[in-house]
Design a protein around this ligand. Structure first.
Ligand code: NAD
Ligand code: IPM
Ligand code: MN
Length: 345
């Protein structure tokens, strides 16, 4: 239904700078398709109010159709913000409460992009990162804090239900692409969760006889991500491995400023959330130095999710053309990149 009701969470640091450009482009490519309600959540809001994500706000956001998020996270080691507070109680709370189990992170080397790899080849893959389980659930704790006897645990939670649904999603994507799926895990050490991932991948594989299944341990996967990233089509992996490998994937495809993502609930019973892979980048915040392309491409993923494939394609083509025109070493202000892409769509 239109208009699609968007909850916009610009967040911290470069978040508001890049989100502004994403909305600018959406407004041109799909006018009158969205209504936007802005929520001022993040470090500043916490420091002034003590609130992270009040229950009423979460429930209001739950009633919207989708979320567009910039990035959250304060300045490093800000004494006023407990470590992980915003990450856990805002970002991860949204992902968990809204059941964003498919964290979709595409990587593509656009023609003309300066990859740090000498021979990158044709890179075009998607990481399907599990989004609601693994070591992210917050199970664990510490005792005897601050003493030499301190013990801390972080428990990785994995369920057959959680693995199966994300694995099935990844197979379905591979089936529509180049029909290759790579499971990335660490089954040689994390044997309990690892054997469950392995078993379920092989079970679901029987439903997708045309999809070739490959397996790599996470450490070896980082080798191939650098030496032969073109080998990948769909990677399915757990929450933490997926976090790490998608920053690396971004780096080999031209930088974190280009990497988009969707936190999806494919059943559509809750709003999915679209956000760049990068964080709030306090080191460059407030200087118009951030590349808004990742946020703009996250807007394209949002359009695609709602069936506006043509609009999404127009954004991707405008981005590709903009990237091809970028001169090595040139740095344009954030808004200038947004303006150029908006003018092209
Ligand atoms: P980061 O992604 O913010 O920054 C890493 C490096 O990449 C920095 O040098 C930064 O300047 C650069 N960078 C990031 N985005 C860029 C862009 N669009 N254009 C150009 N350069 C860009 O990661 P970090 O420094 O590890 O984290 C900073 C804060 O962000 C932390 O509080 C972290 O928890 C948070 N974080 C939030 C999200 C999110 O909201 N989804 C994601 C990652 C990190
Ligand atoms: C990301 C971020 C988050 C994650 C953090 C900020 C919780 O790094 O979106 O990649 O680890 O998922
Ligand atoms: Mn990350």
């Amino acid at each position: 239904r239109t208009p699609i009701e968007l909850a916009v969470i610009p967040g911290d640091g470069i978040g508001p700078e890049v989100t502004r450009e994403a909305l600018k482009v959406l407004d041109v490519v799909a006018p009158e398709t969205f209504t936007a309600t802005h929520y001022s959540l993040g470090a500043e809001h916490y420091l002034t109010t003590g609130e992270v994500l009040p229950d009423e706000v979460l429930e209001e956001v739950r009633g919207r159709d989708a979320i567009l998020l910039g990035a959250i996270g304060g300045k490093p080691n800000d004494p006023g913000i407990p470590p992980g507070l915003l990450e856990r109680n805002l970002l991860l709370r949204l992902r968990f409460a809204l059941d964003h189990h498919v964290n979709l992170r595409p990587s593509r080397l656009y023609p003309g992009v300066a990859s740090p790899l000498a021979n990158p080849g044709e890179i075009d893959f998607v990481v399907v990162r599990e989004g609601t389980e693994g070591p992210y659930t917050g199970n664990g704790g510490s005792i005897r804090q601050g003493t030499p006897q301190e013990v801390a645990t972080e428990v990785s939670l994995n369920t057959a239900f959680g693995i199966e649904r994300v694995v099935r999603d990844a197979f379905a994507r591979a089936d529509k692409r180049r029909k290759k799926l790579t499971l990335v895990h660490k089954t040689n050490v994390l044997v309990h969760a690892g054997s469950m991932w392995w078993r379920i991948v092989n079970e679901v594989a029987e439903e997708f006889p045309e999809v070739a299944v490959d397996y790599l341990h996470i450490d070896a996967a980082t080798i191939f991500m650098v030496t032969d990233p073109a080998r990948f089509d769909v990677i399915v992996t757990d929450n933490l491995f997926g976090d790490i490998i998608t920053d690396l994937a971004a780096a080999v495809t031209g930088g974190i400023g280009l990497a988009a993502s969707g936190n999806l609930n494919p059943s559509r019973t809750t709003p999915s959330m679209f956000e760049p892979v990068h964080g709030s980048a306090p080191d460059i915040a407030g200087q118009q130095k951030a590349d808004p392309t990742a946020a703009i491409l996250s807007g394209a993923m949002l359009l695609d999710f709602f069936g506006f494939a043509e609009g999404a394609e127009r954004i991707e083509q405008a981005v590709a053309a903009d990237i091809a025109e970028r001169v090595a070493g040139e740095s344009r202000p954030t808004a200038a990149i947004g303006d150029a892409i908006a003018a092209r769509v």
